[in-house]
Design a protein around this ligand. Structure first.
Ligand code: PEP
Ligand code: MN
Length: 355
């Protein structure tokens, strides 16, 4: 259930409503209001409330209306917000602003990890020259083995800042710990929450509360259902940050020929279930450079709002994920081809998600 607050409600009327909602929902903590869809709203699990309690809530002076949402995720649901969300990135830290979720696909590209100044700046220039709009690069890397390169940490953030200054490209980088959300937000235009952390609830809450207004790209967990993924997005939105982008990056399968299994059917399905933008990561999904261009084209044809691609000037010497990193020349082709596909389809507006 979503309670929409009247914009003219007084502070006493709001306080009264909060007290009532805390009592009926059994919440020990203050209930958070969030601004979404130009409205201030409070989301609750309405299934625990009886009809009389719902009526009492709807009669509060602070309440404009209540909206029943049947799915466990509320604020991210299409049932709550029919129009697609568009997310503006890059305006806060001086980059060229980019809109994610409008009719043209957004291409994010860059190395898996920031390795050194030369590697990052060379890649950033190539990403810009290829016509991609956002630069990626991991400073804090979640690695399977503790003996692998773990990223440059804060030094990597400084290099990303330098790359933004030189190229004007907004940057996206991963944050792995709740306590680092604010620090990373001082450098990043978008925060990435990686697959391994999709259900790190303290991290999701911190990204909702302390991200200084930066959007969050939430990658699908290694074996997460779509409902679990949307509920993870709901954590971020319910904690105060409505700007969430979903990223499909493949899920675990029994087959070892590819690194993961790209679930492309989730793209049109998500557009039906949620108003959030959806982008696809064909690099982690396939794990193989030669498959990335084809799956990039397929993702845009399926209605993805964009792609995130790993690119390296010399993939075979990359410290991380070289096998799946494309070259700057391959990136140029991907940008050209995906833009043609989007034009032919007339952008997202040209696709239908309803049976
Ligand atoms: C990455 O983007 O470099 C990354 C670690 O991705 P994922 O969380 O999808 O494995
Ligand atoms: Mn990677």
């Amino acid at each position: 259930m979503i309670t929409v607050i009247r914009s003219s409600a007084s502070s006493e009327e709001r306080a009264q409503l909060m007290t009532l909602l805390c009592r009926v929902s059994g919440s020990q903590r203050p209930i958070a209001t969030i601004r979404i869809n130009e409205q201030e709203v409070i989301a609750l699990d309405g299934s625990i409330l009886d009809a009389q309690t719902r009526t009492t809530i709807s009669q509060q002076r602070a309440v404009e209306r209540i909206v029943s949402i049947k799915t466990p995720y509320k604020l991210v649901s299409r049932a709550f917000k029919a129009q697609d969300s568009t997310i503006v990135v890059g305006d806060a830290l001086g980059a060229h602003p980019v809109v994610i979720g409008d009719s043209s696909p957004t291409i994010i590209a860059g190395p898996c990890a920031v390795e050194n100044r030369e590697q990052l700046l060379t890649t950033a220039r190539a990403v810009q020259a290829a016509g991609a709009q956002i630069l990626r690069g991991g400073a804090f890397k979640p690695r399977t083995s503790p003996y692998q390169f773990q990223g440059l940490g804060v030094e990597g953030l400084h290099l990303l800042e330098e790359a933004r200054k030189e190229t004007g490209l907004p940057v996206i980088t991963e944050v792995m710990e709740p306590d680092l959300v604010e620090t990373v937000s001082q450098y990043a235009d978008i925060l990435q929450i990686g697959s391994r952390n999709m259900q790190n609830f303290p991290l999701l809450r911190a990204a909702g509360q302390n991200s200084l207004g930066r959007p969050v790209m939430l990658k699908r967990g290694l074996a997460a259902t779509i409902e679990e993924w949307l509920l993870a997005a709901e954590y971020i939105v319910a904690a105060g940050n409505p700007n969430v982008i979903l990223c499909e990056r493949g899920i675990r399968s029994f087959d070892t020929q590819t690194r993961n299994l790209l679930d492309l059917s989730c793209v049109p399905l998500l557009h039906e279930l949620t108003h959030l933008p959806v982008i696809v990561d064909p690099s982690h999904a396939t794990g193989r450079r030669e498959l990335v261009p084809t799956m990039s084209r397929a993702s845009i044809a399926a209605g993805a709002d964009g792609l995130i691609l790993e690119v390296h000037p010399d993939p075979n010497s990359a410290l991380c994920d070289g096998r799946q990193s494309i070259t700057p020349e391959q990136l140029q082709r991907v940008v050209r081809e995906t833009s043609l596909i989007a034009q032919v389809l007339g952008g997202k507006a040209g696709l239908s998600y309803v049976a």
